[in-house]
Design a protein around this ligand. Structure first.
Ligand SMILES: *Cc1c(COP(=O)(O)O)cnc(C)c1O
Length: 483
C-alpha cells in the first residue's frame, strides 16, 4: 500500500477554510524548521478516507476477528457504551467546570457517575474505598505500591524495603515496585503452579513491605493457598497487593478484599468492556481496605448529606495526585454503563462463562498440545508448544498460522515459566461456534506441524506483509517516511 505522501497532487485539498479574518502571522522561522521543503500530503477528502479505511482494514480487532489474547481480556465492547459516552452532558464537560454553584451544577451527573462506580467497584472487590484516578493497570500498581509505602512510613516502619513478586507475574509488577523505590525479590512457583509456600516463608522478614500477587495467577490458575499466603505476609508485618488484571475470572463470585488482600487494581478496559489495544485508553481503579483509605490520592469523590456528590481535597495523609483531574472519565463511564446493564446476576454470568469457555478450549485441545500444569483452569488456559517444537514448530509459528486462519494470535512466551507458552483467553462474549472454529484451527495446525512443519513455518501468507524479522523490526524499526 502507498504512503499518504505518495498519493494526491499539488494543490489538491480536502478542506474549505473560511477567509481569514485575523492578521496573518508569519511563517515558522527558518531556524526552527527541520526542512526547508517539508512535504505535506495534498489529498482530497475521498483519498484521505480511502487511505485510512484501507489501513484500518489491515488490522485485526475484536470487531473483526476472534481475539484470544491471554491476560488482555479482549471481550466484545457493547455499542451502548459508545452511545453513553457521546451524550453531550458528558462528552462536552470541561474538567475545570465548578463543582457546585447556586445549588445546581453542570457536573453533578459526572460526579455521580464517579461516585456510584466507586461504590459498585468497592462492593465487587470487597474493599472500603476505591480511587478512580489511575489510568491503567500498571498505573494502578504504582498507586497501590505507593499506598503500601505510605502505610509503612506512617507507622515509622522504615526497614521495609523489599517487595515480593512471584515468578509468574506480569512484568509491570516488578517495574511498578521498582519505580516506587522497592527492591524486588522473586518468589518461585511450586510444581502445581502455585506460590511455593516453603520458599515464601523463608523470604518473609521485617524487611518485607508486601507481596504483589496476581489472582487468579497468570497461569490461569486459582492458587488455593491464597488465604494462607495473605495471612503469612500479614503475620510478618507486610501488606498484600492483588494484581486484578484477571478479575474477569472471578467477578461476582470472589471478593479479593474478603480473602485478605489490602489493596488491588482492576483494569476497567479489560474486565469491564472498554475498547483497548495499541496502548490505550484505560483505567486502573485501586480498591483499598480501611487501613489504607487515609493515603488514597486526591481528589476523592464523596457523597454529601444533601445527596449531592463532591470532590474532596482535604486529605492530609494522601500520597497526593497520581493523575490530573479525576481519572480517565470516558473509560469509567463505559464501565458504569456495563455494571448497570449487567447487574449482580449478569456479572456472575460473565465470570462463569469466561471460565467455562476457557475450560472448553483446554479440554478440546489437551490431546494435541502439552500443558505444564494438568489442572482445571480459570478464564484462560496456558498450553506449551513443547511437543510441536520437536518438529521445529514454535509457539511463534503457531501464532502466525492462526493469523492465516482469521484468528488473532494468543499471547505467546508468557508467562515466562512455561516454555513455548500459548496463553489463550477466549472471554465470555464468544459463541460456541466461534470457539469450535478456533479449536478446529488449532487442531489443523497441530496436524500440519506433525506432517509438514515447513508449511506452518512459512505462515502468514494472507497478510499485507509476510513474516518480519522481529528482532530487526524492534531494534531498527523502519519509520522513515520518504519525503
Ligand atoms: C494487563 C496486565 C497488567 C497491566 O495492565 P495495563 O492496563 O496494561 O497497564 C498487569 N498485570 C497483568 C497480569 C496484566 O494482564
Amino acid at each position: 500500500m502507498k504512503l499518504i505522501y505518495e498519493i494526491g497532487r499539488t494543490g489538491r485539498t480536502g478542506t474549505v477554510l473560511p477567509s481569514l479574518d485575523v492578521p496573518q502571522s508569519s511563517a515558522v522561522p527558518m531556524a526552527l524548521r527541520r526542512s526547508a521543503t517539508a512535504a505535506l500530503p495534498e489529498v482530497s477528502e475521498q483519498e484521505t478516507v480511502r487511505h485510512f479505511t484501507n489501513l484500518s482494514r489491515m488490522n485485526m480487532s475484536v470487531d473483526t476477528n476472534f481475539y484470544p489474547l491471554g491476560s488482555c481480556t479482549m471481550k466484545y465492547n457493547p455499542r451502548l457504551h459508545e452511545k453513553v459516552v457521546r451524550l453531550p452532558g458528558f462528552a462536552d464537560l470541561h474538567p475545570l467546570l465548578p463543582q457546585l454553584r447556586h445549588g445546581a451544577t453542570l457536573t453533578q451527573g459526572a460526579l455521580t457517575v464517579l461516585y456510584e462506580t466507586e461504590r459498585m467497584l468497592s462492593e465487587l472487590l470487597g474493599f472500603a474505598q476505591t480511587t478512580m484516578q489511575p489510568m491503567a493497570g500498571a498505573h494502578g500498581e504504582l498507586t497501590g505500591v505507593m499506598l503500601i509505602a505510605a502505610y509503612h512510613k506512617a507507622r515509622k516502619d522504615h526497614a521495609r524495603k523489599i517487595m515480593l513478586i512471584p515468578d509468574a507475574a506480569h512484568g509491570t509488577n516488578p517495574a511498578s515496585a521498582t519505580v516506587a523505590g522497592y527492591t524486588t525479590k522473586t518468589v518461585p512457583s511450586d510444581p502445581e503452579g502455585n506460590v511455593d509456600l516453603a520458599a515464601l516463608k523463608e523470604m518473609l522478614s521485617p524487611e518485607v513491605a508486601g507481596i504483589m500477587l496476581t489472582c487468579p495467577n497468570t497461569l490461569g490458575l486459582f492458587d488455593p493457598n491464597v488465604k494462607e499466603i495473605c495471612s503469612l505476609v500479614h503475620a510478618a508485618g507486610g501488606l498484600c497487593y492483588c494484581d486484578g488484571a484477571n478479575f474477569n475470572a472471578i467477578i461476582g463470585r470472589v471478593r479479593p478484599g474478603d480473602i485478605g488482600f489490602d489493596v488491588m487494581h482492576v483494569n476497567l478496559h479489560k474486565s469491564f468492556a472498554t475498547p483497548h489495544g495499541g496502548g490505550g485508553p484505560g483505567a486502573g481503579p485501586v480498591g483499598v481496605s480501611s487501613a489504607l483509605v487515609p493515603f488514597l490520592p486526591v481528589s476523592r469523590v464523596v457523597s454529601r448529606n444533601d445527596g449531592s456528590c463532591a470532590l474532596e481535597y482535604d486529605c492530609p495523609q494522601s500520597i497526593g495526585y497520581i493523575a490530573p483531574f479525576y481519572g480517565n472519565f470516558g473509560v469509567i463511564l463505559r464501565a458504569y454503563a456495563y455494571l448497570l446493564t449487567l447487574g449482580r446476576k449478569g456479572l456472575v454470568r460473565v465470570s462463569e462463562n469466561a471460565v467455562l469457555n476457557a475450560n472448553y478450549i483446554m479440554a478440546s485441545l489437551k490431546d494435541l498440545y502439552d500443558r505444564k500444569y494438568d489442572r482445571v483452569c480459570m478464564h484462560e488456559c496456558v498450553f506449551s508448544a513443547s511437543r510441536q517444537v520437536k518438529n521445529g514448530v514454535h509457539a511463534l509459528d503457531i501464532a502466525k498460522a492462526l493469523i492465516d486462519r482469521g484468528i488473532h494470535p494468543p499471547t505467546i512466551y508468557f508467562p515466562l515459566i512455561v516454555p513455548e507458552a500459548l496463553m489463550i483467553e477466549p472471554t465470555e462474549t464468544e459463541s460456541r461456534d466461534e470457539l469450535n472454529n478456533f479449536i478446529a484451527a488449532m487442531r489443523e495446525i497441530a496436524e500440519l506441524a506433525d506432517k509438514s512443519p515447513e508449511k506452518v513455518k512459512e505462515c502468514p501468507l494472507t497478510t499485507p506483509v509476510k513474516r518480519l524479522d522481529e528482532t530487526t523490526a524492534a531494534r531498527k524499526p523502519d519509520l522513515v517516511l520518504p519525503l
